[in-house]
Design a protein around this ligand. Structure first.
Ligand SMILES: C[S@@+](CC[C@H](N)C(=O)[O-])C[C@H]1O[C@@H](n2cnc3c(N)ncnc32)[C@H](O)[C@@H]1O
Ligand code: SF4
Length: 447
């Protein structure tokens, strides 16, 4: 059984660089019990006949990329223009298949997110067709956030116009770094100069929130390059920015290239932490609002609604090969294999790959995730989420006292994450979730 002390932060040194010796990643839903394959169809059907109440989002996955960027763990299929129409037709048939369900129609959808892969690889007409179809079939809230995620390569004026005219109101563009050498070595295809020019094109439309993803800790991205990346972001008319600390996933091209000696190593954790600290201070000095540990808004147009809702356990209607969703406490994922994804749809079936049973403790896990997302360890909210929340918040107190003493959370009643707490947010989240399971085991409560 877990001892809380395992998640105590080191009281020696600087909390930003030295609190823990490793970062623990977060795998949502990994511990949930799967519904047996033979019951999945009927159980999915039952879910589509149930009302959906409360905050909800829609996620559409576009699992294609022009190339496999070295650092990335999201790559699935190689892109080729001829795939656009076939995939769009399939997505639209999936949207139509369940549009009449009670789960689809019973409540407004607050945010729609096209993620990938690379949604902006789709042709202009196809992007517009999908957005229009969603708006015609599903009950989008009047202020629904509609985000198109993508990269600059393949994304041109015609596609920008098509997305805006169809109703997209937010773009999230992965840049990672503006430095040419770093970009080239990581498999990014356009120059930093072209990236800057692209942002001018996009922001000058003044019709949608524009967000830029930067990564920190990439090989070749030294301190000077990082400073220039931050200065470039500050010089653009962006609505928001994400700062993501690089995780080197085993088996990615980056992991293999570093092991072979073909690529410089990524920054170690203390250096990543220092880079994060510099980014955090720079954005604060610029007056940007911190909306989560990795996301800042520069304008009131940026709401970050999708990320905020999904991390607080909102229902997620999922579409597209490889997408994942959650409905009334049950999580599901869709077939990652394109061939069988198409075959199941042609047979009139939702292309399910996995469905989980309801986890009765999900409200506590969601309250913990929402607290970390909002950068406040608000125990009152966790206690409200479930009767087991009350005992848990007493159980976890010594851990929070340690984090407070070290400087990961503030000593006021709100227990806000400090800059160091924000850098270590995924470790804090996993610690709190693991401690909850350990609390249940201690009380001999079955999960
Ligand atoms: C799902 S990816 C899609 C991005 C888009 N296709 C592109 O090429 O920029 C979304 C974001 O995740 C971040 N990301 C990808 N791999 C990562 C890694 N290994 N560690 C940290 N962040 C990563 C990048 O900042 C990226 O922009
Ligand atoms: S960063 Fe984007 S384009 Fe590159 S492999 Fe990952 S998802 Fe694909």
């Amino acid at each position: 059984m877990l001892q809380l002390e395992e998640f105590y932060a080191s009281t020696d040194g600087n909390p930003l660089t030295d609190a823990f010796d490793k970062r623990i990643g977060h795998m949502p839903g990994a511990s949930a019990l799967p519904v047996p394959q033979e019951h999945m169809r009927i159980r999915w059907k039952a879910l589509t006949q149930k009302e959906r109440i409360g905050p909800s989002v829609m996620y559409l996955h576009v699992p294609f990329c022009a190339n496999h960027c070295l650092f990335c763990g999201f790559y699935i299929n190689k892109w080729d223009r001829t795939l656009s129409k076939t995939y769009t037709d399939a997505l639209i048939s999936e949207l139509r298949l369940e549009a009449d369900g009670k789960h689809a129609q019973s409540a407004p959808i607050n945010a729609v997110y096209f993620g990938g892969g690379t949604p902006t690889a789709l042709e202009a007409d196809d992007l517009a067709r999908i957005i229009r179809e969603i708006r015609g079939l599903y009950p989008l809230a009047p202020d629904c956030e509609i985000t198109i995620e993508g990269r600059i390569y393949h994304f041109d004026e015609e596609k920008i116009t098509a997305c805006l005219e169809a109703g997209a109101n937010r773009f999230s563009i992965g840049v990672q770094s503006f430095d040419d050498k770093t970009r080239r070595r990581m498999g990014r295809k356009v120059s930093g100069e072209r990236a800057v020019e692209f942002f001018h094109q996009l922001t000058s439309r003044n019709q949608a929130a524009v967000v830029c993803d930067l990564m920190l800790g990439l090989p070749y991205q030294d301190d000077q390059i990082w400073r220039r990346d931050l200065e470039t972001v500050a010089s653009l008319e962006l609505d928001g920015v994400d700062l993501y600390a690089l995780s080197v996933f085993p088996g990615t091209p980056l992991d293999l290239a570093v092991k072979k000696g073909a690529c410089e190593s990524a920054a170690d954790l203390p250096r990543q932490a220092a880079m994060y600290g510099e980014g955090w201070k720079t954005l604060r000095e610029l007056g940007w609002r911190q909306l989560s540990s990795s996301h800042w808004g520069a304008s009131t147009r940026e709401r970050n609604l999708y990320n905020r809702l999904i991390k607080s356990g909102a229902h997620t209607l999922a579409f597209g090969s490889g997408a994942g969703g959650t409905l009334n406490g049950q999580s599901y994922s869709l077939d990652r294999n394109l061939k069988t994804y198409y075959e199941k749809l042609a047979d009139g079936q939702k292309p399910m790959a996995r469905l989980t049973e309801v986890n009765k403790f999900a409200p506590v896990n969601n309250a913990i995730a929402a607290a970390i997302e909002r950068m406040r360890v608000d125990l009152a909210k966790i206690e409200e989420s479930h009767p087991a929340g009350d005992g848990y918040s007493k159980y976890i107190q010594p851990l929070l006292d340690n984090w407070r003493q070290v400087g990961l959370i503030t000593s006021n009643n709100q227990a806000e994450l400090t800059m160091a707490g924000c850098f270590w947010h995924s470790t804090l989240l996993m610690a709190m979730k693991t401690a909850f399971r350990s609390y249940l085991a201690k009380q001999a409560i079955a999960v």
